[in-house]
Design a protein. Structure first.
Length: 444
């Protein structure tokens, strides 16, 4: 299928580089190319790089490599052209300008992938994975996105959908053709089917935390009294990070957020103002902001100075997920008793940091992620749709159990089907009829 118009964009980031890529997609791709490109020998065969020149009013603009893809065998499913020119700052923009003059339209963000979806080349989870791959900031996030692009999540969702579809078909057959002698599914069989679909939905929902951690990272608030060693701990954790350390713009004046990739997981570490009661208005504001950071955090590192008597419980209520970090252990005589459940560390020497990291991963379910287990993890959009599917399935189960008319259960099941279908971008009621006829063999 070819969309109405032909779009084009520079697909590589701006700046100097060896090459830049200009992509064209749509029914007029080859005509557009023809107006700006001259082959230097060789046929313009699909999927073969062809050397040639981009020209403007007979002047040569650049020597380029061009690849043509014919519909439907392309990323978008349409005729496509990729022009690889040199990566000059002005050059790629200039080539694009010529392509636009030749009749293409500037593509909207994500429009190539959107066309790929509309043309059935990718389901929605795979289309989202393309974006996840581009924005991945840790090796684990990249691996998860690559698995999603290969269809791991889309296939799982399609499996759940097929289950529900079959159940709807069963119920609908029961409603529509009772006299046909179709073995009417007993309430028990139906309940069993709904329960098994619910279990699959629940299993997918259970990956939502992982999905958020992989895509957004773990938000960690470092809190404690002034001088407990919060900044030192932050620096020490950042010092362990040899891969990605970058300040996040837009953080408030008195809280510092840094990101670090530790054991493959992205941690967003925020060093907060010291927590204590104060009458100083500026410090008060800092404490107020610290409390906001704590509220939003996935994990709180509560740092205490292990050498002082202030090892008592915090004055403020901290989040559920909290690790008590007994800092400055290098100053303690061997065998000193520490508060129960605390992790002893020295931000000065780095002792105990590995155990602290273990505890951080344990508390935020990052541990099984780093162990390389399943990486099919749903995102916030999938989660919302799965939750609505689960509530429809629960309602359907209750209706079946209460022996209510099958029409009511069918309605709920259709809602569940619709929600799950929207995850992968397909929700076709025609399919339900197809399912009835193929599996129930109504032969008249
Ligand atoms: P914050 O106010 O909680 O951010 O504390 P800082 O990180 O600024 O540390 C306060 C003081 O404690 C500084 O002089 C640090 O050098 C010192 N300090 C921090 N951590 C340790 C540690 O593990 N051992 C020792 N001996 N000193 C530390």
């Amino acid at each position: 299928m070819q969309a109405g118009d032909t779009i084009a964009a520079v697909s590589t980031p701006p700046g100097e580089g060896a090459v830049a890529l200009i992509r064209i997609s749509g029914p007029d791709s080859l005509e557009v190319l023809d107006q700006v490109f001259r082959r230097q020998g060789g046929e313009l065969l699909p999927r073969r790089a062809t050397l040639g020149e981009i020209f403007e009013d007979e002047a040569i603009i650049d020597q380029v490599l061009t690849t043509v893809f014919r519909a439907p065998s392309s990323y978008t499913g349409e005729d496509m052209v990729e022009i690889g020119c040199h990566g000059g700052i002005l050059l790629a923009a200039h080539v694009l300008e010529l392509v636009l003059k030749a009749g293409a339209r500037a593509a909207e963000p994500g429009e190539f992938t959107q066309r790929a979806f509309l043309n059935g080349k990718l389901d929605l989870t795979r289309a989202e994975a393309v974006m996840d791959i581009i924005s991945a900031r840790t090796p684990l996030a990249l691996r998860a996105a690559a698995e999603q692009l290969r269809g791991r999540l889309g296939d799982a969702i399609a499996g759940v959908r097929a289950d529900i579809l079959q159940t709807v078909a069963h119920v609908e057959a029961w409603i529509d053709f009772p006299e046909e002698g179709i073995d009417p599914a007993t309430g028990e069989i139906l309940s069993g089917k709904i329960t098994s679909a619910l279990e699959r939905v629940a299993a997918l929902l259970a990956t939502a935390d992982d999905g958020r951690i992989l895509r957004e990272g773990v938000r960690v608030a470092i809190v404690g009294r002034p001088n407990a060693g919060k900044s030192s701990l932050l620096n020490r954790l950042l010092g362990m990070d040899r891969a990605i350390v970058s300040p996040v713009p837009g953080t408030t004046r008195d809280t510092i957020e840094e990101t670090a990739c530790l054991r493959g997981i992205l941690f967003r570490l925020t060093d907060t103002a010291g927590l204590r009661d104060t009458i100083d208005p500026v410090e008060r504001e800092g404490v107020q902001r610290a409390r906001q950071v704590i509220e939003r955090a996935d994990l709180v590192l509560h740092v205490i100075d292990a050498t002082t008597v202030e090892n008592e419980a915090p004055e403020v209520a901290l989040g559920d997920r909290e690790i008590l970090v007994a800092n400055k252990c290098d100053l303690l005589p061997a065998g000193t008793k520490l508060p129960a459940g605390s992790v002893p560390v020295s931000s000065l020497t780095g002792d105990g940091l590995a155990s602290l990291l273990d505890a951080m991963l344990r508390e935020t379910c990052g541990q099984h992620l780093t162990a390389g287990q399943s990486l099919a993890a749903v995102n916030a959009r999938h989660k919302a749709l799965l939750e609505s599917a689960a509530s429809s399935l629960l309602a359907a189960a209750a209706l079946v159990k209460a022996n209510e008319p099958p029409e009511l259960a069918a309605m709920e099941l259709r809602e569940a089907l619709e929600s799950v279908g929207r995850i992968i971008g397909s929700a076709d009621t025609e399919e339900i009829l197809g399912e009835i006829f193929s599996t129930f063999c109504i032969g008249k």
